[in-house]
Write a protein that binds this ligand. Structure first.
Ligand code: GLA
Length: 377
């Protein structure tokens, strides 16, 4: 990927720049908890974005998306917002840096990535983090890593229409090879958790339903709004920390739908903590059980699953997979599966076959390795 980028950069701009990279992410458990002030448990992966960048001494950004074969130029002022969605991520990052007082000017860039788009693996966070990290370093801005993650998150909020939490950008910036991270999204304290399923006889694999997950538009933001209404009814800033008893006490003041959304989030808070405890004890059975519970909570209460993802989770259970669930925001994308090494081959073979029989195409198998986040190459 790097050499393809370098070749294109040379052809387009006649020179060479510096290389920066960032990662997509998985999340073992803790879904839709970030914007509720709760815990998440992600890790950066060995799939991400790479960008070559060189300052060009103008006030224009000249960007080429290698995978899409598209070139866009834009200025750095608010009225220069490009219409292409990929370019809006770069534009948004620039604007958010400028809003924070960062002095930046134009640059040339070519970038490419290998995070499958729309698979719920945060290709957009990888793109934002690559540019936030790169501009911070190229312009020597001295922005700390949390603020880099927030720059990516604000880009989603202000330029891409997704009121996301901080998980994806956090994972992409802070990722460390061989480690998951438990982040408390209220205090922003976090802890690295060494995670090596292979040493316990397990493998982690994603199955991409290839149903395009799309967070832009209302459903994701609607879920968030439901949670905020319930938190308000409870007199709290966030749903974090609320109990089922408290939820029941406001049941007649909230809609049935909001009740179900909050019930899922409250359950999910506890599941993340359970999974961390279980991992500390090497108890993968409990980890797996909680993953299935998350899946069905996301499907029945939070209603962010689809027929294909439910089918994949059911198939996993049928073939003895320890844990399986929708990963990320939902509405399509992947399941994340924790499977005993000796069951891996038969699970993959059967899941492919049964899925193809039902939906006419195979799910894509994505093996992931927990890797480093944003960095200069
Ligand atoms: C998307 C958002 C994250 C998070 C997840 C669900 O990936 O970007 O902030 O809310 O969905 O856990």
């Amino acid at each position: 990927m790097k050499s393809r980028i370098a070749e294109k950069f040379k052809t387009l701009f006649g020179t060479e720049g510096d290389f920066f990279a960032s990662a997509g992410r998985i999340n073992l458990i803790g879904e839709h908890t970030d914007y509720n002030g709760g815990f998440v448990f992600p890790g950066a992966i060995d799939k991400g974005m790479i960008a070559e960048i060189k300052l060009n001494g103008t006030d224009k950004v000249c960007a080429f998306a290698l995978d899409l074969d598209e070139y866009v130029e834009f200025g750095l002022n608010e009225e220069d917002a490009p219409s292409q969605s990929w370019a809006r991520y770069i534009f948004g990052v620039c604007r958010e840096i400028i809003k924070r007082g960062g002095k930046i000017s134009g640059f040339n860039t070519v970038f490419a990535g290998d995070v499958p788009l729309g698979a719920g693996m945060s290709s957009s966070a990888a793109l934002e983090s690559t540019f936030a990290f790169a501009l911070n370093s190229l312009f020597d801005l001295g922005i700390d890593k949390f603020e880099l993650a927030k720059i990516g998150q604000s880009t989603e909020h202000n330029y891409c229409g997704v009121k996301c939490g901080i998980m994806d950008q956090f994972a992409s910036v802070f990722g460390k090879a061989g480690n998951l991270m438990r982040l408390d999204c209220r205090s922003m304290e976090f802890e690295y958790f060494p995670f090596d399923p292979a040493s316990h006889g397990y493998r982690l694999v994603l199955l991409n339903s290839c149903v395009k997950h799309e967070l832009v538009g209302s459903p994701y933001n609607d879920r968030r709004a439901s949670c905020e209404r319930v938190a308000k009814a409870l007199g709290q800033e966030f749903l974090r920390g609320a109990t089922m008893e408290q939820l029941d006490s406001v049941k007649d003041r909230i809609s049935e739908e909001d009740y179900k959304r909050a019930r899922y989030v409250i359950g999910e808070e506890q599941r993340v903590l359970d999974v961390c405890d279980a991992l500390n004890k090497g108890d993968y059975d409990t980890v797996g059980k909680r993953m299935y519970e998350t899946h069905w909570g996301m499907s029945k209460d939070y209603e962010v699953s689809c027929e294909e993802l439910d089918f994949l989770a059911e198939t996993a259970e049928k073939y003895g997979v320890t844990g399986s669930r929708i990963m990320g925001g939902g509405f399509g994308g992947c399941t994340i599966n924790l499977v005993k090494s000796e069951l891996y081959d038969s699970f993959i073979e059967n899941a492919k076959k049964e899925f193809a029989d039902k939906f006419g195409h195979e799910p894509k198998v994505i093996d992931v390795v927990i890797s480093d986040g944003a960095r200069m190459l």
